[in-house]
Design a protein around this ligand. Structure first.
Ligand SMILES: NC(=O)c1ccc[n+]([C@@H]2O[C@H](COP(=O)([O-])OP(=O)(O)OC[C@H]3O[C@@H](n4cnc5c(N)ncnc54)[C@H](OP(=O)(O)O)[C@@H]3O)[C@@H](O)[C@H]2O)c1
Length: 361
């Protein structure tokens, strides 16, 4: 039996291809292994960032590919089609981190009623969330359109929630306005929704093509295109949460706000602009936001289930916005996956679209 994997050249993301790999027979599966058919997965700019940080953050090691190529991790659903674990039956549905492929062999450990982990040696040394699978058979929150929203947004909205929490616990560092770059991205508008809900003034920075979408969301008080950011009033303290990772934009904002730039955190790299040396910038020193640090801190303070409980409450306030603003687009087969991958890489996906893919024909 063969599987299909979609892989990209690590040194040139525009070079990509599908390859066939051989799957073990059910009888030859290692002890404790599950053979999972990867049904459908979400693909957004976040997955391109996984590729950009593939070496640095060890994403390439999770789903090994032949020399010089990498398999980009994606969030999605799989179905167990062969099992060496008596307590994980064939037909079980899993939600978690998968390769862009038709199949994955998981070495199941820590199996509980709610989930399991892949204990494969090459998957260790990364944040635990990347090895955890939720058992979602029969769970309506993970079925149909709700399931698509989970795959598309759940990992992103977790970041939105943690970034909002980080700002809130620091009284927004004294800022009156929070500026978000790549305001049209799902991660940014999730954060904008949370900031808006707690009464913060939110300014969305975006490209000219995406202003209509960003304005229509209703969670940004003001929308400004990248070329016009110096038209923003600079006399009140601001915080900047950067999803674009564009060093020229960051420098312009810091120089414009000067000492009134009270906080500057980096979250994303959608623009993938070269990290030019910005020199010393006025205002707060830009730094990467660490979601794992915030999770560890809150897990300790809020106790077991505390983060999930807050996530659930925030998600139920966010979901109605998704129904209004997001169109789920489904594509199947290697050629369709290649097209969506290249369109995402080149920034050609309209922000109102959320892509769910499958390599199965
Ligand atoms: N640190 C973390 O733990 C963490 C967690 C979640 C997300 N993130 C990061 O947040 C960012 C947003 O992710 P997402 O999945 O929410 O994105 P998304 O919804 O797919 O965002 C699409 C938007 O990103 C911008 N964009 C995408 N590709 C581009 C390109 N090639 N050139 C120029 N602009 C491009 C455009 O926005 P504009 O026109 O508005 O710029 C586009 O509308 C990613 O970098 C992701 O890795 C980080």
């Amino acid at each position: 039996m063969t599987a299909t994997d979609f892989i990209v050249a690590r040194g040139d993301f525009e070079t990509c291809k599908t390859i066939a790999t051989t799957l073990p027979d059910s009888d030859a599966l290692p002890h404790d292994a599950l053979l999972v058919k990867v049904d459908r997965f979400a693909f957004t700019a976040n997955n391109i960032t996984y590729a950009v940080l593939g070496d640095e953050a060890k994403y390439w090691q999770l789903f090994p590919a032949p020399n010089g190529f990498g398999n980009i991790p994606v969030w999605g659903f799989g179905e167990v089609i062969a099992s060496k674990r008596p307590n994980v039956p064939i037909g079980e549905r899993l939600f978690g981190y998968f390769p862009m492929a038709t199949h994955l062999v998981i070495e199941a450990t820590d199996v509980s009623k709610r989930g399991l982990r892949d204990g494969a040696a090459h998957r260790q040394g990364v944040a635990p969330v990347y090895n955890a699978y939720a058992r979602v058979s029969g769970n309506p929150d993970y079925a149909g359109r709700q399931g698509d929203y989970q795959a598309l947004l759940r990992p992103l909205f977790m970041l939105s929630l943690l970034a909002d929490d980080f700002l809130a616990e620091n009284d927004d560092f004294g800022a009156r306005t929070v500026l978000l770059s790549s305001a049209s991205s799902k991660t940014a508008f999730g954060l904008a929704h949370l900031l808006h809900t707690r009464g913060r003034k939110v300014v969305g920075l975006t490209s000219a093509n995406n202003t209509g979408f960003v304005s229509s969301l209703g969670c940004y008080d003001n929308v400004v295109i990248y070329d016009r950011v110096t038209s923003l009033p600079s006399d009140t303290p601001a915080a900047f949460v950067d999803m674009a990772g564009n060093s020229a934009l960051r420098a312009t904002l810091h120089r414009h706000f000067g000492d009134r730039m009270k906080c500057s955190v980096r979250v994303g790299l959608t623009h993938r602009a070269t990290d030019a040396d910005e020199g010393e910038l006025p205002g707060a020193k830009p730094r990467w936001f660490s979601a794992p640090d915030q999770i560890r801190k809150r897990a300790k303070e809020w106790g077991p289930g505390g983060i999930e409980q807050r996530f659930g409450a925030a998600w139920s306030g966010f979901e109605p916005l998704l129904e209004k603003c997001l169109t789920v687009v489904e594509s199947r087969g290697p050629e369709a996956v290649r097209q969506v991958y290249l369109d995402t890489l080149k920034g050609r996906i309209p922000p109102e679209q959320g892509h769910m893919l499958s390599l199965l024909g």
